[in-house]
Design a protein around this ligand. Structure first.
Ligand code: GDP
Ligand code: MN
Length: 373
């Protein structure tokens, strides 16, 4: 599991790795107060799991609490490489003299670990390795022995760490190794590890990919938004996300597959499909539609249900309720046959929704509507 920076620096704290003072904010107001607390200026850092935030505009220096509030507003409405920014790390602004790079990673080729370090931190290590291979030092670490002080002193001298800071450097990089091994990490990276103008050594960024099982054993839990497929699974629906604009709701795997095929046959592109299973009542249909509509991409919902144990009137009222309360101009095409079909049909007609008995006709109409919008 990859950690957010704010989670990673919390672990850094436990392992004696120094980081600038910082506060997590999820609203502009909180960011303003955080900057006040940090002395009136700071760095606002978008908390996302994708890399290269800085280049994407996700790191902003602010010089006043008021500026923090407005910049936080911008950052919190940003999407970085498809990931929306929900939190910011508000950090003390430090004056950087030099940026270093240090990391530990698994060295699969040698059945061990490797430490990488470079005096050219702050940029991608891959770039440095490609352009200035002489500026990257690689040290194999035997998992049974761990990292030795002479390794770290050699690295410190390669990075030209000033004498007064070597002690801090050794403690920091040793701490990073402890964290790396205690959490079964795939990667533990500090980039940049900054030497500040006032002679401090601070980890300004943190990238950790830890092993979930190690974290669990050590009593750590990291909150993650569940994605829609997980939510659906917990609700007992089979749900799969695709990249079109037609939402598909059916009952039973066979009918679901057939519906996908026919929609594609007429040139439509499913946004997802959801199998409500057998015997769904109005409430269940309603939650299925709500789930489907929570993805912005759905423009038309195609419901193809065969009433057996499932009652058509229950399905119809669930559909109507969900669509009425969604407040979105989503079109609905329903093909509903079987138990209490007439009743279901009446509910849909009364509420102004299209109703079909034939699957072909319904599919064709669905695709037509998906092209209009
Ligand atoms: P990344 O793009 O996700 O790697 O984001 P980082 O957290 O590494 O930040 C990118 C760059 O922003 C760093 O390399 C620094 O140059 C700069 N930066 C981050 N924090 C500070 C700070 O406190 N002061 C200053 N002056 N620059 C900072
Ligand atoms: Mn970085």
């Amino acid at each position: 599991m990859k950690l957010y920076e704010h989670e990673a620096i919390e672990l850094f704290g436990r392992f004696g790795i120094p980081t600038p003072r910082s506060i997590v904010a999820s609203t502009p107001e909180e960011a303003r107060r955080a900057v006040e607390e940090l002395g009136g200026q700071g760095v606002l850092k978008a908390q996302v799991l994708v890399g290269g935030r800085g280049k994407s505009g996700g790191i902003r220096v602010v010089r006043s609490p008021a500026e923090a509030e407005s910049v936080a507003g911008e950052l919190l409405s940003m999407t970085i490489k498809g990931e929306s920014v929900r939190r910011l790390l508000v950090a003390e602004l430090v004056k950087i003299a030099r940026e270093l790079y240090v990391s530990y990673a698994i060295d699969r080729a040698n059945w061990g670990h490797v430490m990488l370090a470079s005096p050219m931190g702050g940029v991608d290590i891959e770039d440095v390795a490609a352009r200035h291979p002489d500026k990257v030092i690689r040290i194999s670490v035997d998992p049974l022995v761990g990292v030795r002080d002479y390794h770290l002193r050699r690295v410190a001298s390669f990075l030209e760490v000033p004498d007064g800071v070597v002690g801090d450097f050794v403690r920091t990089v040793r701490g990073l190794y402890s964290l790396y091994s205690e959490f079964g990490c795939e990667l533990a990276e500090i980039n940049p590890l900054a030497l500040t103008e006032d002679g401090r050594l601070l980890a300004l960024d943190a990238k950790l990919i830890i092993d979930d099982n190690f974290a669990r054993v050590r009593g750590l839990r990291f909150e993650r938004e569940k994605n829609l497929e997980e939510v659906a699974r917990e609700m007992g629906f089979s749900y799969v996300e695709l990249d079109g604009n037609i939402g598909i709701i059916c009952n039973g795997a066979g009918l679901t597959m057939a519906t996908m095929d026919i929609v594609k046959h007429y040139g439509g592109r499913p946004a997802n499909f959801l199998d409500i299973g057998g015997g769904a009542d109005a409430r269940r249909v309603e939650s299925a539609v709500n789930l489907l509509l929570s993805t912005g991409s759905v423009k038309v919902v195609f419901v193809n249900v065969l009433g057996g144990i499932t009652r058509c009137d229950e399905v119809a009222s669930g559909l109507v309720k969900a669509l009425k309360s969604s407040g979105r101009g989503v079109k609905l095409v329903v093909r509903l046959v079987g138990t209490r079909e007439e009743e279901g049909q009446r509910i849909l007609r009364e509420n102004g929704y299209e109703f079909y008995r034939s699957m072909e006709e319904a599919a064709r109409r669905t695709v037509e509507l998906s092209r209009e919008v």
